[in-house]
Design a protein around this ligand. Structure first.
Ligand SMILES: C[S@@+](CC[C@H](N)C(=O)[O-])C[C@H]1O[C@@H](n2cnc3c(N)ncnc32)[C@H](O)[C@@H]1O
Length: 361
């Protein structure tokens, strides 16, 4: 039931976004009573849990606020200079929901969650460094491999330039120290290799069912709307990543993951490490796409050689016995080396992150 899905989503942001939490709890209550939220969400009643309809609802409202079209509600939104008054939030949201119900319904039913989170570039960066070193060791090379990075579910492609970011780890610079986009990855522990080593990305490409063009203002607004509005540090991080993406464009192709991967992986490439990367995509992909994606990757893995290695690097929530309900883990598989590692775990948005290498079973 939709109200339950809203409550599930509210629990996931309770600690980090009191604003979104309060909004979703009130909306769940309104849904149960058949209020205006039910009209806004008409057509989404049967949505799968993984499509997180509550976040689409919160994103649609945030978009109106960012566009300057909901001034009374905007005073609760730090992303436009407001300060949340949680006791009044729902009272101020109700007139906006009533006035814009049709448009909000269109936004909620026509979009997928597009949290393109550049914080995930930090674990990606450490994971790529690890993969290039392990692949070089397997091939008996002194120099690490350059990388061909293929991202499935890339959204606006903001994680396609992990080597162009200035990371500061313990006061030491890594990545591109001259980059206008600086990231403190807040690491506990360290990757198993030296991350100050230069990381060479010779090719980058991404696909998405609904790619976002970050060179347009509509694209910027769309991605911005999915940031929880009381997380100003993430909002600013996103704007910095979009600015960098505009300086260094990498197109994201409209395609389903498996059809695109089949094309990209058709031929093994010598003297580069091909890395298939996805973060927080798996839950949104259909079961058919997941099965097909696994088969395509297995096929490409069987054709990988020490001089044309293939890696799978993922940052996805996983259910574990230790955690409730799940934990975001960075996982690495490498072929033909037969490496299968859990490199660590961290927050859903990639920062902070704890490096802790163990076998991935
Ligand atoms: C929550 S976003 C994550 C975006 C990005 N990976 C990140 O971590 O910032 C999930 C993305 O997966 C895309 N997606 C879902 N299913 C897909 C599929 N079968 N093939 C390609 N993209 C898919 C969605 O369109 C959306 O852009």
């Amino acid at each position: 039931m939709l109200a339950e899905l809203f409550l599930d989503a509210s629990r996931a942001c309770r600690v980090h976004s009191p604003l979104t939490h309060t909004l979703l709890v009130s909306a769940a209550d309104d849904l149960t009573r058949g209020g205006v939220t039910a009209r806004v969400m008409a057509g989404a009643q049967c949505d799968r849990h993984g499509t997180v309809p509550g976040l689409r609802f919160a994103g649609a409202l945030h978009r109106l606020v960012l566009e300057g079209r909901a001034p009374a509600l905007a005073r609760h939104y730090p992303t436009v200079g407001g300060e949340p008054d949680l006791g009044r939030l729902w009272d101020d949201a109700l007139p906006v929901l009533e006035e814009h119900a049709d448009e909000l319904r269109f936004l909620v039913t026509s979009t997928v969650v597009q949290t393109n989170e550049p914080g995930r570039s930090a674990p990606l960066f450490g994971g790529l460094q690890t993969a290039t070193h392990l692949a070089a060791a397997e091939a008996g090379r002194r120099a690490t491999f350059p990388v061909r990075l293929l991202e499935v579910g890339a959204s606006g492609g903001l994680n396609l330039r992990p080597h162009r970011i200035a990371y500061v780890v313990d006061g030491v610079a890594a990545g591109d120290p001259g980059s206008p986009f600086e990231l403190d990855p807040k690491w506990t522990g360290r990757p198993p290799v030296d991350v100050r080593h230069p990381l060479r990305l010779v090719r980058r490409a991404g696909c998405d069912l609904d790619p976002v063009d970050v060179t347009t203002e509509d694209g910027r607004l769309h991605l911005s709307s999915f940031v929880w509005a009381d997380q100003l540090h993430r909002f600013r991080r996103l704007q910095a990543a979009i600015d960098l993406a505009r300086l260094d464009p990498v197109p994201v192709q409209r395609a389903t993951g498996p059809e695109w991967l089949a094309d990209q992986l058709a031929q093994p490439e010598r003297d580069v490490l091909t890395v298939v990367w996805h973060s927080v995509v798996w839950q949104y992909a259909s079961p058919a796409d997941r099965a097909m994606g696994r088969a395509i990757l297995a096929d490409a893995a069987a054709r990988a050689t020490p001089q044309a290695p293939l890696a799978l690097l993922v940052y996805e929530p996983r259910r574990t016995h230790r955690t409730d309900p799940y934990e975001f883990q960075l996982l690495l598989k490498l072929w033909p080396a037969g490496v299968s590692l859990r490199l660590g775990s961290g927050a859903g948005h990639g920062i902070p992150f704890t490096w802790d290498t163990a076998p991935w079973t």
